[in-house]
Design a protein around this ligand. Structure first.
Ligand code: ATP
Ligand code: MG
Length: 261
């Protein structure tokens, strides 16, 4: 059975438009369709990357699949149960900084463990700080950490809750190139260590090719699944030769980018 089964997902928003020729006063309401029948199925333990043009509805789709928003039509099943709201099995990491600025890194990470005793919490937080390479920084507040360290703390805060599904919406988009490469490597390790299904949105085709067991490419809005790619290449992956290099070119081509890469 699939871990996540998405069938015929459609989503429209009502868009308000002013029309100048009616003295800027007349507002017109138009139905704006974002998702147009998204269908895919993800087996447990898959690292699935989602790519697609900006504004095509990737974040909208994530909010629906993670239960924070309702679709206009279509269904989302997790472990065969329809998703009707946020659940305890999954956790989300978004592009924006999500740490509480008034808590230290350790206190932020401990937030998922409120029911454990304080000595258990301290030990576990220390383990997760080490896992993401932040040993010794638990007492630092977010403003005392670099962007990459804050992302690591957020990944640790997500992992410590032991989620079955981890949703990541462009989590490394704001980081510099080298830090992004390091975070990619860490995500490969995290995925190999934990028995977890990861859904990961990225604008970066190379990131998707480095990380994904699946790459699901969405079309322009109203979006559909344009291409569903399965990858079983071992890590670390070399994108400069062989079929990954050809696949990379083909993805760029299908996205309408005909530049030599
Ligand atoms: N709450 C909302 N009300 C009205 N329109 C919305 C709402 N949320 C999203 N949209 C519209 O839906 C479309 C898709 O937005 P979404 O953020 O899902 O795109 P995206 O693929 O994640 O884009 P990006 O790659 O830039 O993050 C956009 O045109 C956006 O304006
Ligand atoms: Mg988005």
């Amino acid at each position: 059975m699939s871990k996540i089964e998405v069938t015929g997902l459609r989503k429209s928003y009502v868009e308000r438009r002013r029309r100048k020729r009616f003295l800027s006063q007349c507002k017109q309401y138009e139905d704006c369709q974002v998702l147009d029948g998204i269908t895919f199925s993800i087996p447990a333990g898959t690292f699935a990357c989602f790519v697609g043009p900006s504004g095509c509805g990737k974040s909208t789709m994530f909010r629906i699949v993670s239960g924070f928003e309702r679709p206009s039509s279509g269904t989302v099943l997790i472990d065969g149960q329809e998703v009707t709201g946020p659940g305890s099995k999954h956790v989300c990491v978004f592009q924006e900084d999500g740490l509480f600025p008034w808590f230290t890194a350790a206190q932020n990470i401990a937030m998922g463990l409120s029911k454990s005793s304080s000595s258990d919490v301290a030990k576990k937080v220390e383990d997760y700080l080490e896992l993401v390479g932040l040993s010794g920084f638990g007492g630092h507040y977010p403003h005392e950490l670099s962007g990459g360290m804050r992302r690591r703390a957020e990944v640790a805060r997500a992992l410590i809750t032991n989620p079955e599904i981890l949703f990541m919406d462009e989590p490394f988009g704001a980081l510099d190139f080298v830090t992004r490469l390091q975070m990619r490597e860490e995500m490969v390790n995290v995925h190999q260590m934990f028995d977890m299904t990861i859904l990961f949105i990225t604008h970066d085709i190379d990131e998707a090719l480095q990380l994904g067991d699946r790459i699901i490419m969405l079309s322009d809005r109203p979006s559909r699944v344009a291409w569903d790619i399965r990858l079983d290449d071992p890590h670390p992956r070399d994108l400069s030769t062989g079929h990954l290099s050809r696949l990379r070119k083909e993805i760029y081509y299908r996205m309408g980018l005909h530049v030599a890469l």
